[in-house]
Design a protein around this ligand. Structure first.
Ligand code: 2BA
Length: 109
């Protein structure tokens, strides 16, 4: 059995959660925040039998899109002439960031 941790954009999370229910994939949905953009995203935790891991990864791939997001550059504090100027930068946010981990034990009481 594996633990799949999948960080997805909020825009994709409802559709993905619906797909998990429809396909019988058990998942826990957590509200999370990206460390870089400081914007909300969604983290799914899934305990998945080894033989189903590829199917779940495919399901995530099909339901999550890469998007471009604009953020303002951090203000500079070096007091040069341009110091107060911030400017927009485009950041490509992936459809899903996924970790697949081995599980030692899976228990339910
Ligand atoms: P954020 O940390 O908010 O990052 C959003 C996007 O900003 C990233 O998209 C990446 O394109 C860019 N980015 C992140 N850190 C950067 C940096 N130091 N310099 C320049 N650009 C940077 P993704 O890579 O698709 O990541 C989407 C979200 O997945 C991340 O949101 C974070 O919540 C999570 N994530 C990505 N890689 C991770 C990792 N190695 N460990 C834990 N969480 C991760």
């Amino acid at each position: 059995m594996k633990l799949i941790v999948s960080i997805v954009q909020n825009q994709d999370s409802k559709r993905l959660a619906d797909q998990f229910v429809e396909k019988g994939v058990r998942a826990t949905k957590l509200s999370s925040t990206g460390g870089f953009l400081r914007a909300g995203n969604t983290t799914f935790l899934m305990g998945v039998e080894d033989r189903k891991v590829d199917d779940v990864l495919e399901l995530i791939k099909e339901n999550c899109s890469t998007r471009s997001q604009t953020m303002m550059s951090s203000p500079s504090y070096d007091f040069t002439l341009e110091s107060d100027l911030t400017y927009p930068i485009n950041v490509e946010v992936g459809g899903a960031t996924i970790f697949v981990l081995p599980i030692d034990q899976f228990l339910q009481f």
